[in-house]
Design a protein around this ligand. Structure first.
Ligand SMILES: NC(=O)c1ccc[n+]([C@@H]2O[C@H](COP(=O)([O-])OP(=O)(O)OC[C@H]3O[C@@H](n4cnc5c(N)ncnc54)[C@H](O)[C@@H]3O)[C@@H](O)[C@H]2O)c1
Length: 344
């Protein structure tokens, strides 16, 4: 019988709830959620009770020392990622860390180097590419139905009050590109391939928010395709598409368009077909979050299957550093008003 995978989750805050439900859902596939850890002892305790987990910790080092873990899933804010990732890798434990990977490209490079030198599995929980409609788009592109993609627009535009659930985002000096831009830039890599040049404009449209709340990024891909990546929390449009990311792609034989209503229209050789791209509503999920919640399960599942097979995840640290480098290049491009070649 295959050995079961013992998982410990670090950070029991806002987004970790989705990870905890996902690991629990993977029980039949061989996952045991055995420990949770949070600096807040009371949060760790209530989380352990809610998810029937026996191991409760406020210090990740103690959790690693006392539990025989196979995988550590780090779901804390970015300023703690490098310390926690390094601790887990040094202890010889396969590690997953939430996006954004690190606080700087240098930090990401250091974590990647540590994973390489310790020969440990390191993945970044990048979930937008695993959203059901985005998986459908990737499948259509792979089928060749619309030909080679030559132009596209990927847009996350909302006025949703993100600060209600994540108040700390108000103080981030690098805000929307680092928070959401990494997801949307990652989708651009998945749909159009790697990037030769990046240019960008950043705007600050919401009062009393430290960083940029709107980003418009233009990418020239090595294939010659051009894509526009947009994200904003300052949109005033009704109805608001939140949390749907709109996608429009033109190819050599046709095109596709994913709308806020999750209808995916695919045209090829002059004929159009509209598909339902809605995600299933999992038993622990609720609309409209279900698209995100389903993608967290899909991401955890994918990473777990790769870990089990002994291969890097598609969202490995080595892959995600390319997305992070795009984000970094977009900031430089906007600050210097030039087109930048990404560093990875
Ligand atoms: N992929 C997505 O769609 C998505 C959405 C929201 C948030 N996130 C990411 O998830 C991460 C967590 O965000 P959040 O909004 O849940 O934050 P949060 O502040 O709500 O939760 C983080 C928790 O980690 C705990 N913590 C911090 N340092 C710790 C340490 N050293 N050891 C143990 N526990 C520690 C805190 O006490 C807190 O309870 C961030 O990186 C964020 O960008 C991703």
């Amino acid at each position: 019988m295959a050995k079961r995978c013992r998982v410990g989750v670090v950070g029991c805050g806002f987004f970790a709830q989705n990870h905890l439900h996902s690991w629990k859902s993977l029980r039949d596939q061989g996952v045991d959620l055995v420990a949770v850890c949070d600096l807040s002892q009371s949060l760790a305790k209530t989380t352990a009770q809610a998810f029937s987990v026996h191991g409760v910790y406020k210090d990740m080092a103690a959790m690693i020392a006392q539990e025989d873990l196979d995988l550590v899933d780090i779901v804390t804010q970015v300023n703690s990622h490098k310390t926690l990732v390094s601790l887990a890798l040094d202890a010889g434990i396969s590690t997953i860390v939430q996006k954004p990977f690190g606080t700087s490209l240098t930090e990401c490079e250091e974590m990647l180097a540590k994973a390489n030198s310790t020969a440990q599995f390191l993945a970044v929980h990048e979930n937008f590419r695993f959203q059901h409609p985005h998986l459908m788009v990737a499948d259509i592109l792979a089928s060749g139905r619309i030909g080679a993609p030559t132009w596209g627009r990927i847009a996350f535009r909302t006025g949703y009050n993100i600060f209600a659930g994540q108040p700390y985002l108000r103080d981030e000096e690098r805000f929307i590109l680092t928070d959401v831009g990494v997801h949307v830039l990652d989708m651009a890599r998945v749909f159009f391939g790697e990037v030769s040049y990046v240019s960008a404009e950043l705007q600050h449209r919401i009062p009393d928010v430290a960083g940029e709340d709107t980003a418009t990024v233009m990418l020239l891909h090595t294939s010659g395709a051009v894509s526009v990546v947009e994200c904003t929390y300052a949109s005033q449009q009704t109805p608001d598409p939140f949390p749907v990311t709109l996608v429009e792609i033109e190819g050599t034989k046709g095109g596709l368009r994913l709308g806020a209503d999750l209808r995916l229209t695919v045209s090829s050789n002059g004929h159009a077909e509209t598909l339902n791209a809605d995600a299933p509503v999992l038993d622990w999920a609720e609309r409209p979050w279900h698209i995100v919640q389903d993608s967290v399960l899909a991401t955890c599942h994918h990473i777990f299957e790769c870990w089990k097979a002994g291969i890097p995840a598609s969202v490995s640290a080595a892959d995600n550093i390319k997305t992070y480098a795009l984000c970094d290049a977009a900031y430089k491009a906007a600050f210097e008003r030039v087109s930048i070649k990404p560093a990875h």
